[in-house]
Design a protein around this ligand. Structure first.
Ligand SMILES: Nc1ncnc2c1ncn2[C@@H]1O[C@H](COP(=O)(O)OP(=O)(O)OP(=O)(O)O)[C@@H](O)[C@H]1O
Ligand SMILES: [Mg+2]
Length: 474
């Protein structure tokens, strides 16, 4: 806690940090907090999972006056799930300071939001489109904003939110502080910073790699039609605690989550065409580990912080290196280790090289696992279960029966039978997944623009088309 205190953080927030189990600041927090407390504008870049939320959240909370009921802080996020998550973290951080934060996002009943606004939140975390709706209805006023944060700033540009953001910023006082945060800061962000920030400080945590070193990164070269069986084998061999499988399109996500369920895995899909209620339910179940595998489009690539995600599988190689960085960054968070596996069809190998060049990190090739290896993986798990049970003890009730059995039956046969019962044998239920065309080489390299929305745009707040052109081809 001493190190947090040295940054100039007030006692009530120190208490929250201690409740949250934070012991010392992460590098981005140590650098950004003092600078923000001194009133500067800031562009902050640091790797995924290194605490950027609190890096802007703490100074934001420090700036709030509780003797007035007006909204004084705004955080903009590209997705609804992220708005909810960031608001939750701010509510934890602000708990003892008596500052309430409200998430406002598309897909939720606007009248319910208007009611919630009457309870005087001092901070709003919003997706840009829905915030615009409220500004037009005059249910949110931005005249007293002291600080505005663009979380995942580059993604909001990619999604075509620039006009909304311009309008939102124009409605705020000139004197406000403006902050941009992301793990990736492509060049166009500099234009945005020049236009909207006043003499900003640039903090970028100099690290050799863009991705987190604690994430083991692999790829497998295979054909599209092999992918699903190989994914199942990998799940059987690696038995992740929680995993995210990223697919390129909504159809892909739907087909994959259905297929995984058919083969007995605990999986659900999330993408922008689902109702908000469904999206919320899926994320909640994943956070509670009721679902073990989240199948997602890039809608879940940014910012999502779920502890226990040990594996990320790129069923389809991501559209661009930035997307890769954010997807694999859903694991290996807050000092944990993680494993990322990317499926690459031969024609997409050049994309992989381009990702390696951008991230300055070698992605190591792994051979495609065989069915035998999958079976062995499941047997290993069964053995673990058995040995854990011995460790747990409480077997007295069974001992008599076990001794009887051993006098009548061969001991190896007995243990084999127990293992067989405990082993989930690989399910080979035939599954048909529609093939995806490979990414075209040209979609890399040139501009950093993202191809047309594979996702998330339906239900994107303003409903305007987000893209005019791009390299994504069906
Ligand atoms: N000082 C700290 N000590 C321990 N844990 C922390 C600390 N700061 C943040 N965390 C935890 O680390 C996790 C990742 O933080 P956060 O989501 O803010 O990362 P991020 O940098 O925004 O990542 P991304 O780029 O993926 O959005 C969260 O669970 C958060 O509560
Ligand atoms: Mg974040």
């Amino acid at each position: 806690m001493e190190k947090f205190k040295e940054l100039g953080i007030s006692d009530s927030i120190i208490r929250s940090l201690s409740d949250m189990g934070f012991e010392e600041p992460t590098p981005i927090q140590a650098q950004a907090i003092p600078s923000l407390l001194s009133g500067k504008d800031l562009v902050g870049q640091a790797q995924t999972g290194t605490g950027k939320t609190a890096a802007f959240g703490i100074p934001l909370l420090e700036n709030i006056k509780t003797d007035t009921g007006v909204i004084q802080g705004i955080v903009l996020t590209p997705t609804r799930e992220l708005a909810i998550q960031v608001a939750e973290e701010l509510n934890k951080l602000g708990q003892h300071a008596g500052v309430h934060t409200l998430p406002i996002y598309g897909g939720q009943d606007i009248y319910r939001q208007i009611k919630a606004l009457q309870r005087r939140p001092r901070i709003i975390v919003a997706t840009p489109g829905r915030l615009m709706d409220h500004m037009e209805r005059r249910t949110i006023k931005l005249a007293d904003i002291k600080m505005v944060v663009l979380d995942e700033a580059d993604e909001m540009l990619n999604m075509g939110f620039i006009e909304d953001i311009e309008k939102i910023l124009a409605a705020m006082p000139e004197s406000r502080q403006t902050l941009l945060f992301s793990a990736t800061m492509p060049r166009q962000i500099q234009n945005l910073a020049q236009r909207f920030l006043k003499d900003p400080e640039l903090i970028s945590i100099k690290s050799k790699e863009v991705t987190v070193p604690l994430i083991e990164q692999h790829y497998m070269e295979l054909q599209d039609r092999q992918k699903f069986d190989v994914l199942c084998r990998l799940l059987d061999i690696q038995s992740p605690e929680l995993a995210i499988v990223f697919g390129r399109t909504k159809r892909r996500v739907d087909e994959l989550s259905e297929a995984l369920k058919k083969r007995g895995y605990s999986a659900e899909g999330i993408h922008g065409d689902l109702t908000q209620a469904k999206r919320d339910a899926v994320i909640r179940q994943f956070r509670e580990s009721t679902i073990e595998i989240l199948v997602a489009t890039d809608v879940a690539a940014r910012g999502l912080d779920v502890s226990g995600v040990t594996h990320v599988y790129n069923f389809d190689i991501p559209q661009d290196p930035e997307s890769y960085v954010h997807r694999v960054g859903r694991t290996g968070r807050a000092g944990q280790t993680g494993l990322a596996m990317t499926f690459v069809i031969p024609r997409e190998l050049e994309h992989l090289r381009s990702i390696e060049r951008t991230t300055k990190r070698k992605i190591v090739r792994m051979p495609v696992p065989t069915l035998t290896e999958a079976i062995e993986g499941q047997q290993r798990l069964a053995v673990e279960k058995l040995l854990n049970q011995i460790e747990e003890g409480n077997l007295e009730q069974y001992r008599g029966r076990a001794e009887d059995l051993l006098t009548e039956t061969d001991s190896v046969a007995l243990v084999s039978a127990a293992l067989k019962l405990l082993t989930k044998e690989p399910d080979t239920t035939p599954i048909k997944i529609t093939e995806e065309a490979p990414l075209r080489s040209r979609s890399y390299g040139g501009g950093r623009r993202k191809p047309p929305a594979p996702d998330a745009r339906k239900g994107a707040p303003t409903g305007k088309p987000r893209y005019k052109s791009g390299g994504f081809k069906k």
